[in-house]
Ligand binder design. Structure first.
Ligand SMILES: *Cc1c(COP(=O)(O)O)cnc(C)c1O
Length: 379
């Protein structure tokens, strides 16, 4: 069917999800936590290696929120956040009654700029408040400048929350994303590299922090035979049924990553002779993006602009979407401090996300190619 919609990113099933869900149903373990959750955490811990600890939660947003809580971010504190990201990176700062301070991107990785980060920290300290945490994001799976950001964080002794929601399977200098920050965050939403329908994980380097995260995620129950609470709790634990999906998904993580990289090669090839369009690529061999979504920048010309391309895809029933709109330009966040210039704004104006689902087949690639060929004919 030529007219089926081509989506940006749809999940693919291994076929074994049923088996693990069935096990949860068969065990009558249909609540948060449980054997599938333990096993899914083990799968992820094995995948990440290095003695990393994983707490499975009901979303990536919950994981960011719990990271802030574990770092003792409170009302009135300031938290630095990459401006160019999805709102889920920044919303938990507001949940804590803290103030987000946004920092611009740099052009190599589109992620938080180390220079503007340091300027921001210095100025916030001069104004009387040292930021409590830095939320850096591996946008579209592209690792941020990990070493450069860590140097700045270490210099001022500020903790890093590594928003790796889009970057499961990416690596920087051979080490897996999600394992760099004081806390790492994954999302298993339906559009991510693997899914649990809805889910997330908080990554840390100690069993103690993992246990503490699970404590907060399960209503902060003190050890007692009755229900006893001395801290605010949350209902953030992953469900045993969802974790069953995750177990099945872990079996195809590697093949999903292969598929994503093949789709990336397709786009590199497709746009190689179009001078207005650049495909976003690893800036050097140190970076290994999972290419969760393939993105392009369009230098506006008489022939093509971002919106012309978006409309051409839409007419062909192919989904494409502008990049994340930076947080400092959002009605919700525009009154908070911002450090930087026009990098993220420029990316937002010129950028487009393209279909990158691991199911993308040759026929759909052909349809995408025809849209581009037609656009070039007009020239
Ligand atoms: C998806 C996403 C999140 C949030 O994950 P959920 O599981 O949807 O709550 C956070 N940050 C970024 C950058 C994301 O893309």
């Amino acid at each position: 069917m030529a007219n089926n919609k081509v989506f940006l990113s749809l999940p693919r099933l291994s076929g074994n999800e049923q088996k693990y869900i069935q096990k949860a149903l068969g065990d009558n373990w249909i609540t948060s936590g449980g054997p599938n959750v333990d096993d899914f955490e083990n799968d992820l811990e094995e995948y990440l290696g290095d003695g990393i600890s994983v707490a499975a939660l009901n979303s990536g947003t919950s994981a960011i929120h719990l990271a802030l809580i574990l770092l003792k971010v409170e009302a009135g504190d300031e938290v630095i956040c990459q401006s160019m990201t999805f709102s889920a990176s920044a919303n938990p700062i507001l949940y804590q009654g803290a103030t987000p301070v946004f920092v611009d991107s740099e052009p190599d990785t589109w992620n938080i700029c180390p220079e503007h980060l340091e300027i921001a920290i210095k100025e916030r300290i001069a104004k009387g408040k040292k930021p409590k945490a830095i939320i850096a994001v591996h946008l579209y799976g592209m690792p941020y400048k990990v070493d450069e950001i860590q140097v700045v964080a270490d210099r001022y002794e500020i903790s890093v929350i590594e928003d790796s929601a889009e970057a499961l399977g990416s690596s920087y200098k051979g080490k897996k994303c999600g394992t760099f920050g004081d806390f790492g965050v994954f999302s298993f939403n339906g559009n991510k590299i693997i899914t649990t329908s809805s889910g997330g994980a908080l990554i840390s380097r100690s069993k103690r922090l993992k246990e503490k995260a699970i404590f907060y995620a399960t209503q902060s129950r003190d050890e007692a035979i009755h229900y006893q609470h001395s801290e605010v709790g949350y209902n953030y634990r992953m469900s045993n049924v969802c974790a069953g999906i995750g177990r099945g998904q872990m079996e195809i993580l590697d093949s999903n990553l292969d598929a994503k990289r093949q789709i990336h090669d397709f786009y590199v090839n497709l746009f190689k002779d179009i001078k207005e369009i650049t495909v976003f690529e690893n800036p050097s061999l140190e970076y290994d993006s999972n290419y969760w979504l393939n993105t392009i920048l369009i230098e506006p010309s008489q022939k093509v602009t971002r919106d012309v391309l978006l409309q051409a895809f839409e007419k062909a029933n192919i989904e494409s979407r502008p990049l994340w709109k930076p947080m400092h330009l959002q009605p919700l966040f525009c009154d908070y401090p911002f450090y930087g210039n026009e990098v993220s704004n420029d990316l937002f104006r010129k950028g487009l996300c393209l279909p990158s689902g691991v199911n993308l087949n040759d026929q759909e690639k052909g349809r995408i190619k025809r849209v581009i060929d037609k656009l070039c004919e007009v020239a």
